[in-house]
Design a protein around this ligand. Structure first.
Ligand code: NCD
Length: 303
């Protein structure tokens, strides 16, 4: 059964094809209106989410399909101690495709092995979040008109930020990009991501200073410090506001910089930046919906 747990489950040509389909959805939404008629998508989220779950549900409804959803995991059978394996085996009988978010890294891999319908990982712990990456790269392609030769700054919680890990894995497939990892020392990229960068032989460096990196950047990917993954409140409080992007910091930025953020934002981008034409983070959510529409069709064998 074809599932997407990591962005590496999709080939580069499939990712490119998904972007082309998303562009076609943008031009011609009517054509896709009934593509998933009589198909059912189930969302099972064991962690809070607003946009990812609603984005999937909106994507399926825009394809003419239907959506079923578990209530909060505290009041679904998970609270009775049911295993993920049993849950997905049951839901495979109710739905044609399953979207799952889970706080445990690797849980969607187990789930995908047991599901008898395609399963999409909508985020597992601090690990991966492949469909956010699909949103991110479409946003980059549409705003920068290329996915190569870019200097990309990733800023904030690079240790626990799963969207960062998936985005790096995806961008490494496109040539000649340079990476600047901007984080406090405590929130640097995990070892497995550093190895991936070294193995790919790309140019990358680390800094604690957003200001010094800014003038070089074509893309700035801001992230939230992942409060829920901290072991103690004190560390979180100390680190949460280390980077706050405001108008002043953007003075040295390129005029065609693209500013992305997977959202939710806490304090890391000042609301005064929202009106700057370089801010793409709300547009990014539209790109995410269109890419999820394309992915659902791919996994259901419709495209
Ligand atoms: C991200 C996530 O869940 O990892 N949000 C999202 O899916 N849009 C980022 C975050 O929670 O900070």
């Amino acid at each position: 059964m074809r599932s997407v747990v990591s962005i590496l489950d999709l080939s580069t040509s499939e990712i490119n094809e998904l972007m082309n389909v998303a562009d076609d959805i943008e031009r011609n939404p009517e054509f896709y209106r009934s593509k998933c008629k009589h198909k059912i998508l189930a969302t099972i989220f064991y962690e809070p989410s607003t946009r990812t779950r609603l984005s999937f549900e909106s994507a399926m409804l825009s394809l003419g399909g239907s959506v079923i959803s578990t209530p909060d995991s505290k009041i679904s059978s998970a609270a009775k101690g049911e295993s993920i394996s049993d849950t997905v085996r049951v839901i495979s009988n109710y739905a044609d495709i399953i979207v799952m978010r889970h706080p445990k890294e690797g849980a969607p891999v187990v789930a995908a092995m047991k599901a008898t319908v395609p399963l999409i990982n909508a985020g597992d712990g601090g690990h991966f979040h492949p469909t956010q990456t699909l949103a991110d790269i479409l946003t980059i392609r549409r705003t920068k008109k290329t996915l190569s030769g870019l200097t990309i700054g990733l800023c904030g919680d690079l240790m626990f930020g799963r969207t960062v890990h998936s985005l790096i894995e995806a961008m490494l497939r496109y040539p000649d990009n340079k990476y600047i990892m901007i984080s406090p020392n405590e929130l640097k990229l995990p070892e497995y991501m550093r190895e991936a960068l070294d193995k790919a032989g790309v140019s990358w460096r680390e800094t604690e200073s957003l200001e010094t990196a800014m003038p070089e950047l074509d893309v700035l990917y801001m992230t939230r410090v992942q409060k829920e993954r901290f072991f103690n409140e004190e560390d979180y409080v100390r680190l949460k506001d280390v980077y706050i992007l405001d108008r002043d910091k953007l003075k040295t930025a390129k005029s065609d910089l693209a500013i992305l953020h997977p959202l939710p934002r806490v304090n890391e981008i000042s609301v005064a930046v929202d009106d700057d034409p370089r801010a793409q983070y709300f547009y990014q959510t539209l790109c995410g919906k269109q890419m999820r529409m394309a992915l659902i069709m791919l996994l259901l064998g419709i495209i």
